[in-house]
Design a protein around this ligand. Structure first.
Ligand SMILES: N[C@@H](CCC(=O)N[C@@H](CS)C(=O)NCC(=O)O)C(=O)O
Length: 338
């Protein structure tokens, strides 16, 4: 594979190894008593072990939600830290059951890796961070800038595309790990660091002096993020997809961690179907009737997961923006349970 092609996929060496899952991931996970979940482990708000080594974050909570649905226990997850470059091979090889790691859904990744994107749980877009001291207010003022970026990401190609489209020159300074690329930016080797906007808020917290930096207003790409599974196991694909839809539907019907026990008594037919007091929709997925009750008790609804990790209840304070529910003018919309 030539460099341009691998850059355009953002998938590096992962195409070399495409293994199709045998059906039965759910059975394997149950037999193991544990979900194997791949995530970054480096990004506050998305996935980061705390001082006790307990993984926390938005991507982490998606795996906890899956474990809650299967085991009625959100702690039954083994997290595997994966860099941008290694993430797809870990899923292809079966080291993990699901990849929940700030990963952008693109056509090439969806068709060339033997993997399936399940849903978009965060609508993101690429941005730039700069030191306030360089007095730049727009990405269009970055002509001739040195920009730090991480390899194996969609970020690399977007960066060169953007500068070319705007007839500007850029010096791309790419590293394999987040630590290296961020350090290079923090120590002044680069004028800017670029990644998905959500992650800019996250990595900013890792800089020596976060307040000395500003995120520029331009969003230069679409980065729809979501979890992935291997090809070849439609039941597992359905489960990961519907865990996301359950979280979003629970928010839409105002079912929260605090009120779910009350909501189970609701007469509203849509709530009854969602919480399993009517029908057998959980069983149709290979789970139990109360799968959504388990999820919400384990991690809360989509809005609670967002607020706690990324939103107002977190140090990142990211606005819901286009990740608001469709009923509030956003893009988060889940098909109905029926
Ligand atoms: N969404 C983009 C970028 C994702 C990405 O890997 N971003 C880097 C830069 S913030 C990252 O997560 N690094 C953390 C790590 O390697 O553990 C993609 O899917 O390619």
């Amino acid at each position: 594979m030539n460099i341009v092609r691998s850059l355009s996929l953002g998938i590096a060496a992962a195409t070399a190894l495409v293994v199709t899952a045998s059906a039965g991931t759910l059975d394997d996970v149950k037999a193991r008593g544990m979900l194997n979940c791949g995530s970054s482990g480096q990004l506050p708000g998305f996935s980061l072990p705390d001082a006790q080594g307990i993984w926390m974050g938005f991507d982490v909570d998606y795996c906890r939600a899956v474990a809650a649905a299967i085991f009625n226990d959100p702690t039954k997850v083994k997290f595997v830290a994966l860099s941008s470059k290694d993430r797809f091979t870990a899923l292809q090889s079966g080291d993990i059951d699901v990849l929940s790691r700030n990963t952008t859904w693109t056509s090439s990744r969806d068709t060339q890796l033997g993997l399936n994107f399940t849903a978009i749980n965060y609508f993101d877009g690429q941005g730039f961070i700069v030191r306030k001291s360089i007095k730049v207010n727009s990405a269009l003022e970055l002509n001739d800038a040195a920009v730090c970026v991480q390899q194996g990401t969609t970020t690399e190609l977007n960066l060169t595309d953007y500068f070319r489209a705007n007839k500007m020159r850029v010096k791309v300074v790419a590293f394999a790990t987040l630590d290296e690329s961020l350090k290079a930016y923090d120590t002044g080797r680069c004028d800017s660091y670029t990644t998905d906007a959500s992650q800019l808020y996250s990595v900013r917290l890792k800089l020596a002096k976060p307040d000395d930096h500003v995120v520029l207003p331009e969003i230069i790409s679409k980065e729809p993020l979501g979890p992935l599974v291997r090809h070849g196991d439609d039941q597992w694909f359905d489960i990961i997809k519907w865990v996301h839809f359950a979280l979003v539907n629970a928010e839409e019907f105002n079912i929260t961690k605090a009120n779910v026990d009350e909501q189970v008594k609701s007469d509203n037919p849509e709530i009854k179907r969602l919480l399993g007091t009517e029908g057998n929709y959980g069983e149709q997925l290979g789970l139990t009737k109360d799968w959504v009750v388990r999820i919400v008790k384990g991690v809360g609804n989509y809005g609670e997961v967002f607020d706690r990790n990324l939103g107002q209840g977190s140090p990142l304070k990211i606005a819901r923006g286009i990740n608001a529910l469709w009923t509030k003018g956003g893009l988060q919309y889940a098909p109905p349970v029926r």
